[in-house]
Design a protein around this ligand. Structure first.
Ligand SMILES: Cc1ncc(COP(=O)(O)O)c(C=O)c1O
Length: 428
């Protein structure tokens, strides 16, 4: 202890000597201000880039997200702030909850927005639904299963992987076999895989999970609102989505909902949730889901909540069935157009294609990046490349929410066709 104190004292002496020396050697003078406050000469100057106007090009975002926000959403985002516990603001939070219940088709009490992008909702599910001693079964057919498995592993919780190549989905039989074998507390599945562009069939999976005393967690960040979703009817125990896809709102507030079964598991945990920020016991109170007076937990992303409220209102006005129909029609228009210009879709089976994100194979010898650069330079249209094992091998086209229009599909097709011609692709 004494030795430690001597070391600390020596360190302090050395530190202050060096600090004094650097101040003395400083070439700039120390200014004495009028009010006798000494301004240190070592202050860095303000960054020059902030004195220039922000560079802001308008782009048509037809990648896997974000999608463009309609003016009413942008307008809401620019409204003046209210306090995060003011009654007018908590009323807006209640309206957001009602909107989430509608798009998820659920009556779950624990329905909130997590502050943060889709990853924050993903982490909330992981941290609350699992604890040491549990096993999680993770369906991996693209990036999102891999990410979730990583999140589970970081908590020191046992992960079992159910794997399929990108572009394929899981069958009920293989899910049941894995449930029998691993006896997991939780099964994770991605509804709309944005890296492999598949749509995982979910009907019946909840019943299967419950038969084996397992909770079903579904990531529908890149699908919800654009395809049918019936959280309660399908027995999904935890479901989350993102703001910046079909809801066409800025990222930063992510809808999530927990079934009674999931809530009970969280309430009966033997250990505390390993995150204060994402602890659903706190978030449920802040979102007025527990019948108690709302307490300060954190400052909610006020502007994002305004914006997602309008994104949800837009979808409610359109109606879920109309939105699902529009996404299907626009996706079909896109798929036909792609095939007409000689391109091949990654997912052959039409019934498992995610209409919100389409993966298109890059033909042999074509420089995928040159084509996306052409689209951006000529039309300011974003078309994305592939991820992981499919990097360089596919393009990904997003058709979501406000961007889901036949005009946007025609624009993407024109940009792709011209881009391909420009690279010398001969099949056109
Ligand atoms: C299926 C899926 N899950 C999760 C995420 C993560 O969302 P975010 O980027 O908003 O954190 C994404 C983002 O593209 C996604 O497509």
């Amino acid at each position: 202890m004494r030795r430690n104190m001597r070391i600390t004292w020596k360190f302090l002496q050395k530190f202050s000597l060096e600090r004094t020396r650097s101040l003395l050697m400083s070439t700039r003078p120390i200014h004495v201000l009028d009010d006798n406050v000494v301004k240190m000469s070592t202050i860095s100057p303000p960054p020059e880039c902030l004195f220039k106007p922000m560079n802001f090009p308008h782009k048509v975002l037809m990648g896997p997200g974000p999608s463009n926000c309609p003016p009413r959403v942008l307008g809401a985002n620019a409204l003046p702030l209210l306090g995060h516990l003011h009654p007018e603001f908590t009323l807006i939070m209640d309206e957001v909850k009602a909107g989430i219940k509608y798009i998820f088709q659920t009556n779950n009490e624990w329905t909130v927005c997590v502050s943060g992008s889709g990853h924050a909702a993903m982490e909330t599910a992981c941290l609350n639904l699992l604890e040491p001693g549990d096993t999680a079964l993770v369906g991996i057919n693209g990036l999102w299963g891999e990410r979730f498995a990583d999140m589970v592993d970081r908590q020191g919780i046992d992960v079992k992987k159910l794997q399929r190549p990108m572009g394929e989905v899981f069958t009920h039989d293989e899910i049941e076999e894995a449930l029998k074998k691993h006896k997991p507390a939780l099964l994770f599945l991605t509804h709309g895989e944005s890296s492999g562009s598949t749509l995982q069939p979910l009907e019946g999976v909840g019943t299967l999970c419950h038969k084996y005393n397992c909770l079903l967690l579904v990531d529908s960040v890149a699908a919800c609102g654009g395809v049918p979703m019936f959280m309660d009817k399908w027995g999904i125990d935890c479901l989350y989505t993102g703001a910046q896809k079909v809801l066409s709102s800025p990222p930063g507030a992510s809808p999530i909902s927990f079934s009674e079964r999931a809530k009970e598991k969280i309430k009966k945990r033997a250990t505390r949730v390993r995150s204060f920020n994402f602890d659903m016991n706190h978030l449920a109170n802040y979102w007025g889901c527990d019948g108690e007076a709302r307490r300060y937990h954190h400052t909610g992303p006020i502007s994002n909540i305004y914006a997602i409220r309008e994104g949800l209102a837009r979808l409610a006005e359109q109606g879920l069935e109309e939105s699902w129909k529009m996404h299907k029609q626009c996706a079909e228009l896109l798929h036909e157009g792609l095939e007409k210009i000689g391109l091949e879709l990654l997912v052959k089976n039409k019934s498992i294609r995610n209409p919100c994100v389409t993966a298109v194979k890059v033909p042999d010898g074509v420089d995928w990046k040159a084509v996306t650069e052409y689209a951006m330079k000529t039309y300011r249209v974003e078309i994305a490349g592939g991820l992981g094992a499919l990097a360089g091998k596919i393009w990904r086209i997003g058709v979501m929410g406000y961007n889901c229009t036949p005009d946007n599909i025609r624009l993407v097709l024109r940009a792709l066709e011209e881009g391909l011609k420009m690279t010398g692709y001969s099949k056109l």
